[in-house]
Structure formats: structure tokens, C-alpha cells
Design a protein around this ligand. Structure first.
Ligand code: ZN
Length: 416
């Protein structure tokens, strides 16, 4: 996963354009993603697919030709969606187009102007303070023209039509935790679900934030009734503790499952209520859809000092943190996969376990007493209204143990 983050890190992405396309094609080398191109001007809900933006070069130079700021060194230097410019401007005029972080004077900020039709540069405050000339030459070689918005999608069919939606944004340029970590973990989840048979179907979407999810939603309303659970992944590669923002519903099965897995895995975490700010859960959880989709993060957006700066780099994202995030998410998937409701074939009284070889089966297990309790809980609660997660929560036993007990009971034809 870290290798994919390193590969994608130098690419200048945006909500449209060749950097986004190149990123999706890199992911395509690992999983069979379908790329969709939606033309500029296409209405999507209350919005429209914007002009396509591409940038080739951007510089601030002194009049004697010394390069002070160069897009080739760091693609955050140009405000994303800058219009082209080639001019000599006074320092005072340039100040209107320059963004810095006085509190973090060595870092380059990340700024966008998708709908602003302006040009601008982002630079370290220290560099800006050192620029004392009266005039500078500024050049941004970019195009803003009719084209398309690109997104990637992969559906991995399970034995049931019910879907799990995994959504990640991929519109940020060289920012590692905010966008690339989610891309890497989602790609690995895709590889995982492609490698084995599943009950649920998995749909992975790699989209530019906001306009991408709006576009996907506008084109996929027929799919939405099949989405049973979903997660937006973001900032999953830093060393911070886990944060899960609940879906708008607050108590969807995905919310309960993530809470259960994080609690059981004994990792530092915080459950956060839904709020209409953040990532694409804002669109999925708008009132006209209200999908059961939460947002899974380590350090939440806006809360870590590297957020939206050049310090969100390859050092902030670690292989261990990516791996730990993946493991939690695969545990979540495992619970969703196995979380079904059973009913006793004949629910009158307790069945005789010895006669069916169940005591022998249990005594072979590591934690014999707990295994027996798990079986008794399953046999008691299997009335067609309690899922295995309900039973695990109520019994205070690991989900895997409850699921194993259900397997035994099913093989013995005690439940269906
Ligand atoms: Zn961001």
C-alpha cells in the first residue's frame, strides 16, 4: 500500500484532468477498475460537471530570470484550477494571488479555486517574506476547457445483490494522507474481495470529492436500493487513533459493526456523530438518499497540523498505519459477511447437544467454556429476529466465536 502511495504521490491531481486519469490508470494496474468519463456541462443533481483543468508548468521568477517558485518542485505551488497567466506584476498585485501559512512558515499550503476563475500561487511564508523585488514575472501554463470528469468504479459481485459501497476521493495533488492513503487501502480491499467468494457484493468508487460523488449518485440512482452498508475512507495512513463518523442514521448496521470491531480490537478510537461536513458522506447522507454510509478515518480532516499542507507527505503515512487500518476494515467486512439471522428449526426447549456430537465438537476448541456459552446463546436467540452481531453484543462474546457456534448449530440442522 505504501508503494502505491509513493507511486501516486508526485502526480498533480484535481477534480478533473490528466492527473486524475493517470492516478486511476495506476490503480487499474492492480484491480480491474472501469473508468467513466462524464462530459463537461453534464447536469448532476443541482450541479454541473465543470470544465476540465490541466496544468503543465507554473513559476514565479525575478525579472532577471531567477526561479523563486516552481510547480515542478511541488505541485501544491499552483492553486488548483488556476486560470492561465503570463505577466509581469508588482509585488503588491502578486500579494492578492499568493497564499501562505504565517503560522507554519516553512510549509506550502494546499488551495483550490474550482469555481473561482482566478489564478494563484501557494508558497512557504518564509519564501514570500524573502521576496523584496518590486516586480515579478508570473507564468501558469494551464488550460480550462471542455473535457470530462473521470471516475473509477469496480463492482465485485457476491452471492447476494446487497452491496457494500467503499468510496474514496482522489482529487488532491501531492497530499499523502488526505486522499492517497484512502486510495491505497481501498485498492487493497478490492484485491481482498476479488480473491475469494463473498456473500455481499462490493462496489468501490474512486472519485473526485463532492462533484464526483454527486456525479456518481446522479448516474446510479437505480443502484442505491441495493446499498446495504458503506464507508467513505479518508486519512487512514497516519499514526493517529481511529475516528469513525456515524452515518446520518446514526445506528445503521455499518455504524454498529464499526463500533463493535473497534471496541473489540482494543485500539484507540473515537465514535463521532454525523455532521454535514467532511467528505463524500455529505452527499451519500443527504436527505434524499440517507444511505447507511459512515466515514472511517484515523486523524480527522482539519485536526492534524500537516492537513492540507506540504507536510502531508510520504513521511506522515506509514506502512504500519496503513496495515492496521486495513486489518480493522477487513474485520468489519468479515462481520458484515457473516452477520445473518438464524431461526431454530424447532425452538421448543433446548436441543440435546450430546446426541448430536456438539459437546465433543466444543471440547476440541481452545476456550471450551466460552464456546459452550456461545452455542447456548445462539440456540436461545435464534428466533429469526436477532442477527449474529445482536447475539455477540448481548452475550459479550467475540463475533467470531458466535459465528463459529452458529456454524456448528447449522451443521447439526438445529438452526436455519
Ligand atoms: Zn482534503
Amino acid at each position: 500500500m505504501h508503494s502505491l502511495v509513493r507511486t501516486l504521490y508526485p502526480i498533480c491531481r484535481s477534480i478533473t484532468g490528466d492527473g486524475l486519469r493517470r492516478t486511476l490508470r495506476e490503480i487499474q494496474r492492480l484491480v480491474p477498475l472501469t473508468l467513466h468519463e462524464v462530459p463537461t456541462g453534464t447536469p448532476v443533481l443541482d450541479w454541473q460537471v465543470p470544465m476540465e483543468w490541466n496544468v503543465r508548468a507554473a513559476r514565479i521568477e525575478t525579472l532577471s530570470g531567477d526561479v523563486i517558485v516552481d510547480f515542478a518542485d511541488c505541485n501544491l505551488h499552483v492553486v488548483n484550477y488556476s486560470t492561465p497567466v503570463d505577466a509581469v506584476v508588482s509585488r503588491a498585485a502578486l500579494a492578492d494571488h499568493v497564499h501562505t501559512l504565517p503560522d507554519q512558515p516553512t510549509l506550502v499550503p494546499y488551495r483550490t479555486g474550482y469555481y473561482a476563475e482566478r489564478w494563484g500561487f501557494c508558497l512557504a511564508h518564509r519564501v514570500w517574506e524573502g521576496m523584496k523585488d518590486s516586480h515579478y514575472r508570473v507564468r501558469i501554463d494551464s488550460t480550462l476547457a471542455p473535457g470530462s470528469l473521470t471516475y473509477g468504479e469496480l463492482l465485485v459481485a457476491g452471492s447476494e445483490q446487497q452491496e457494500v459501497l467503499i468510496s474514496v476521493h482522489c482529487c488532491h495533488p501531492s497530499l499523502a494522507n488526505d486522499n492517497l492513503s484512502g486510495i491505497a487501502v481501498a485498492t487493497e480491499i478490492a484485491r481482498h474481495v476479488l480473491s475469494r467468494a463473498h456473500r455481499l457484493s462490493y462496489r468501490l468508487v474512486f472519485i473526485p470529492a463532492t462533484i464526483g460523488s454527486l456525479t456518481w449518485l446522479a448516474r446510479n440512482e437505480a443502484v442505491l436500493p441495493r446499498i446495504a452498508h458503506g464507508l467513505v475512507l479518508s486519512c487512514v495512513g497516519d499514526r493517529g487513533s481511529f475516528h469513525y463518523k456515524r452515518s446520518r442514521r446514526g445506528d445503521a448496521l455499518i455504524d454498529r459493526t464499526v463500533a463493535y470491531v473497534l471496541g473489540r480490537n482494543a485500539v484507540a478510537h473515537e465514535m463521532m456523530p454525523f455532521s454535514p461536513y467532511g467528505y463524500d458522506e455529505r452527499q451519500y447522507c443527504s436527505p434524499g438518499y440517507d444511505l447507511p454510509i459512515g466515514c472511517f478515518m484515523r486523524s480527522p480532516n482539519g485536526t492534524f497540523p500537516e492537513y492540507h499542507t506540504s507536510a502531508d507527505n510520504l513521511d506522515l503515512v506509514t506502512p504500519d498505519a496503513l496495515e492496521q487500518s486495513l486489518r480493522v476494515l477487513l474485520d468489519v467486512i468479515d462481520v458484515l459477511e457473516r452477520n445473518v439471522m438464524y431461526a431454530r428449526v424447532d425452538g421448543r426447549g433446548e436441543p440435546q447437544l450430546g446426541r448430536r456430537g456438539l459437546y465433543r465438537a466444543i471440547s476440541g476448541q481452545k476456550d471450551q467454556a466460552a464456546a459452550q456459552m456461545a452455542l447456548l446463546w445462539v440456540l436461545n436467540q435464534a428466533d429469526g429476529t436477532h442477527s449474529l452481531l445482536d447475539i455477540a453484543e448481548r452475550a459479550g462474546l467475540p463475533f467470531a466465536q458466535i459465528a463459529a457456534a452458529a456454524d456448528l448449530a447449522r451443521e447439526a440442522d438445529l438452526i436455519r
